[in-house]
Design a binder for this molecule. Structure first.
Ligand code: TRP
Length: 453
């Protein structure tokens, strides 16, 4: 990594962009709108904001501290900070399992996105009537081979990059592409809110109706906050270990959290007005983005077609950068002295491909839709496990470790960069948020959500 020059791309900028790149992904653009729509719109958003800033951001800081303090991956970081209790490394292991499951569901959605890119490019989407996009999506996603083919292509690309180790290039490309994606979403927002009947969508998103909020919805908001920030699975411990020693952890965490949050809300503003303008159902589920955005693109004429191609391409690339970091983490863990990197990447890819294909077969009316795990189809089960259950469990353990097991002096030292920056917020952060508010809230929401769900 380059040394800090004070201008242009400094090392700290690179580290922040890498962590932000992990945070911003399909979670913001595909998952947030559909979960927000399913669990009540405005009221969900209010709860989501609280979780993002009072739990998600606190966790990000904690994971950064743990990572930078030890310079290790999650499995080694916990025991390094507390050698007399090596069992803590299981928290790192749960995180890895979460990453593995996330990758499988990520591949399915990335495959959909790649297909939509293809269909924009060849003109299929432009020839579909507005009212038929729902049917089109369901037919595609429930079909047998087409989604799997796109999953395979996407996974092959991901694995090639991981094996080739051209990470530097990817990082550079994604730094350039992510801002373009944000500009594009911004333009979509403008188009969406100027559609006829759009205001109902803004009301749905921003006007909280707390009667719509359920215990399950609150747990989903917590899960979404953690999923979207990539916390509660140890990934930010890895990025923390890359953070330069003079980087202000508080500032970095605030930046990433705010960016991630705003992009999710922007995606909401792009989607909900269009949902209402075309009389669709906001609770439509995982296909929401793919059923609604094509309608917006088609309403823009020829330029819409260009937009559609660029949008789905950029979304595919955003998904690719996240998928790469997930596969990279898993590959690194699997490879050791005996197993070469290339072999590990291939083995991991094959295992995760089988799971992704199973999730795809089970989606909607797919051939395996009848097969259920605790009442849910494989796809829904994986989505719920990785977006609602596992990150909160892992987050709870992480924050307990941070607030109650880890040495307080280490934390102060790390947050203050060895006493060089002021940490006036420390008392509130440590004694109030990290030790009490976050763990208690996590525990209550988790228990209540599981009992009610
Ligand atoms: N935060 C990512 C998103 O919103 C998803 C994600 C969760 C992720 N954990 C991760 C991405 C680990 C990369 C690495 O899309």
């Amino acid at each position: 990594m380059a040394t800090k020059t004070g201008e242009g791309f400094s090392s700290s900028f690179g580290a922040i962009m890498a962590a932000a790149g992990s945070a911003v992904g399909l979670g913001n653009i595909w998952r947030f709108p559909y979960i927000c729509g399913r669990y009540g719109g405005g009221a969900f958003l209010m709860v989501y904001i609280c979780f993002v800033f009072f739990i998600g951001m606190i966790l990000m800081m904690s994971e950064f501290v743990i990572g930078r303090r030890t310079g290790e991956d999650p499995v080694k970081a916990y025991p390094k900070l507390k050698p007399e209790r090596p069992a803590w490394r299981f928290v790192g292991l749960i995180g890895l399992i979460t990453c593995f499951l996330i990758l499988s569901i990520y591949l399915v959605i990335s495959g959909w996105t790649l297909n939509y890119f293809y269909e924009s490019a060849v003109g299929t989407l432009a020839s579909i009537q507005d009212s038929d996009f729902g049917v089109h999506f369901n037919e595609f996603a429930s079909s047998v081979w087409r989604p799997v083919l796109f999953i395979a292509v996407f996974l092959a690309l991901t694995a090639l990059v991981v094996i080739g180790g051209v990470e530097k290039g990817v990082e550079r490309v994604s730094k350039l592409l992510m801002p373009i994606l944000v500009v594009l979403i911004f333009l979509l927002c403008i188009r969406s809110v100027t559609l006829k009947g759009a205001s109902a969508g803004l009301t749905y998103l921003f006007h909280p109706d707390f009667s719509k909020l359920t215990g399950e919805g609150i747990l989903a908001a917590l899960g979404q906050a953690l999923f979207s920030l990539s916390v509660g699975m140890g990934v930010m411990i890895v990025y923390g270990s890359y953070l330069p020693k003079d980087e202000n952890i508080l500032k970095t965490s605030i930046w990433i959290t705010v960016c991630d949050f705003l992009i999710a809300v922007l995606a909401g503003v792009a989607i909900f007005p269009a949902v209402f303008a075309c009389g669709q159902d906001p609770t439509g589920g995982p296909g929401l983005v793919y059923q609604v955005l094509p309608v917006v693109f088609n309403s823009m004429g020829t330029i819409g077609r260009v937009f559609s191609i660029i949008f789905f391409l950029l979304l595919t690339l955003a998904a690719l950068t996240s998928a790469i970091s997930l596969l990279e983490a898993l590959t690194q863990w699997l490879s050791g002295e005996k197993l070469k990197r290339t072999m590990s990447a291939i083995i991991m890819s094959l295992i995760v491909f089988v799971l992704a294909a199973a999730a795809s077969f089970s989606f909607g009316d797919g051939i395996w839709s009848g097969f259920k795990i605790s009442g849910l189809q494989i796809f829904d089960f994986l989505d719920k496990a990785t977006g609602t259950i596992l990150p909160p469990v892992c987050a709870l353990l992480t924050i307990i470790f941070f607030g109650w097991v880890m040495n307080k002096e280490d934390i102060v030292d790390e947050l203050s960069n060895h006493g060089t920056i002021k940490v006036g917020y420390f008392k509130v952060f440590y004694y109030f948020l990290a030790r009490f508010v976050a763990p208690v809230a996590l525990l209550v929401v988790l228990v209540a959500g599981i009992i009610n769900g």
